[in-house]
Ligand binder design. Structure first.
Ligand code: NAD
Length: 486
């Protein structure tokens, strides 16, 4: 047994993938989950049909009123028990994430810690769904305002953070008093399956959360949204699929929350501490092999420091150890699949044809597994594909600027608006520059913006709504006001 199959075998309850009303169901057809570091088949999970998706919807719809009526303290206690259980099973979850997604074990452990924080955060938020009592300006009536669960939700998650993207949505939905179907990405369903079992073990009543794994995501979500009983969808994934889902929300006025793609600028100003900026660049680029929506995508570096920055950055990137995520010395795992790797090769080729210089890496690594060398390119023209598109891999393109106004203009020249980074030692200038950056999140001398206590999300075509923070739960709540003749 390989380390990856062993990691999967130690995770209980993986036989199915289809959780409806507290029961794991089997289906006639199944699909395989592959270790991206070896191409080895790890497990088979249920390939749910549209009819099975509708059965899952019947179940969460039936459970909705009961769950909304559970006292918020009790809902919070279940989430808190799930937090404790997840921390206790940290290593099993980390190994499973690493096996099916490919990230190095240290990063998988960090994902478990980050993902668990959403359970703790929302266990605390569950009891703070306050309303309001107002007197109308004419003094003639009283206004009683309350917040209540929006109703059955559809939660669709991507493969890059298979646990944290699930806990971020599920935690908020359950705390608000909503029931939900979660549909994990086909590449990484095992972590979600194991997490759903953990929630059942923590006391979540049957039917409150169902899991549907399928190869027919579009058909299934289309049918669920057309049915009329889903009141909310929360989606994390590509902008193209997000756009399609938003249009499908129109038919039944379903409320969308969308966490979509990014094209993060990483600006290094002339007065930055260059060593610190390189440390930040390593994290902002290489966390999750660059497969993060917040990953630094365009390095905009002042011409006064660009040589020092590029040399140090290429040196650091060139010494990273690439390998299986479960090997203890691995710092960079595989990218998710062949298609992703081919896109990376094409992006490098395009930039080089337009005049960029490869400082380290630049090539796909022969299989088995879908690996790509950590890569730094300098002199990347703004017309190149990698400047305009989300790279989603371990490639950093560096472009020079001469004054900060120019950097801000280049940074904002994208339809995306998720995360941006700025390294500078001038606090006032940094704060003023952050205000001019059209992004939902800005890291100042900091390479990670994700935090369960902060409102994560983008502007422009990077999405709608926020997850985490005090704001995250609002997407799952409706307001009602009662007018009192008093
Ligand atoms: P994707 O859009 O292909 O898939 C995301 C999810 O949607 C998966 O569960 C997939 O099965 C499902 N899906 C695919 N087609 C669908 C359809 N027609 N209808 C309904 N569901 C469908 O994206 P991906 O390749 O899994 O993830 C990469 C993308 O996700 C990147 O663009 C990245 O930036 C984005 N992402 C964003 C965030 C964020 O918070 N903003 C976080 C992680 C990833």
């Amino acid at each position: 047994m390989t380390v990856a199959t062993e990691a999967v075998h130690t995770a209980a309850g993986l036989a199915s993938g289809l959780l409806v009303d507290g029961e794991w169901l089997t289906t006639e057809s199944t699909f395989g989950v592959v270790d991206p570091a070896t191409g080895e088949m790890l497990a088979q999970v249920a390939d749910a049909s549209v009819e099975q998706g509708i059965a899952a919807l019947d179940s969460i719809n039936n459970a909705a009123a009961g769950w909304a009526g559970v006292p918020s303290r009790d809902r919070g206690e279940i989430l808190r028990r799930a937090f404790d259980a997840l921390k206790a099973q940290r290593e099993d979850f980390a190994r499973l994430i690493s096996a099916e997604m490919g990230k190095p074990l240290a990063e998988a452990r960090a994902e478990v810690d980050y993902g668990a924080e959403f359970l703790r955060w929302y266990s605390e938020e569950a009891v703070r769904l306050e309303g309001d009592y107002r007197v109308s300006p004419d003094g003639g009536s009283r206004l009683l305002i309350s917040r209540r669960p929006i109703g059955p939700c559809l939660l669709i998650t991507p493969w890059n953070f298979p646990l944290a993207m699930a806990t971020r949505k599920i935690g908020a939905a359950l705390a608000a008093g909503c029931t939900a179907i979660v549909k994990p990405a086909g590449q990484t369903p095992l972590t979600t399956i194991k997490f759903a079992q953990l929630l059942l073990d923590a006391g979540l009543p049957k039917g409150v959360l169902n899991v549907v794994t399928t190869t027919g995501s579009g058909r299934l979500s289309g049918a669920l949204l057309a049915d009329g009983r889903i009141r909310k969808i929360s989606f994390t994934g590509s902008t193209g699929v997000g756009r399609l889902l938003i249009s499908q929300c129109g038919q039944n006025i379903v409320r969308p929350s969308m966490e979509l793609g990014g094209n993060a600028p990483f600006i290094v100003d002339a007065d930055a501490d260059v060593a610190r900026a390189v440390d930040g660049a390593m994290v902002a680029k290489m966390r999750n092999m660059g497969e993060a929506c917040t990953a630094a995508n365009r390095f905009l570096v002042h011409s006064a420091v660009i040589d020092e920055f590029s040399t140090l950055f290429a040196e650091r990137m060139g010494t990273l150890t690439v390998g299986h995520g479960l090997d203890s010395d691995t710092q960079v795992g595989p990218v998710i699949d062949d298609a992703a790797r081919n896109t990376l090769s094409a992006l490098v080729e395009d930039a080089v044809e337009r005049g960029a210089e490869i400082r380290t890496g630049g090539h796909a690594i022969d299989g088995p597994g879908t690996f790509f060398e950590p890569t730094v390119l300098t002199g990347v023209p703004v017309e190149s594909r990698m400047f305009g598109e989300e790279i989603f891999g371990p490639i950093a393109g560096v472009t020079a600027f001469d004054d900060l106004d120019e950097a801000v203009r280049l940074a904002n020249s994208t339809e995306y608006g998720l995360a941006a980074y700025l390294y500078s030692n001038n606090v006032e200038r940094s704060l003023r520059t952050a205000e001019r950056l059209d992004f939902g999140m800005v890291g100042l001398n900091r390479a990670i913006v994700s935090n369960a206590a902060a409102p994560f999300g983008g502007i422009k075509q990077s999405g709608l709504g926020r997850e985490g923070g005090r704001e995250g739960i609002n997407d799952y709540l409706d307001l009602q006001y009662v007018a009192i003749d008093a």
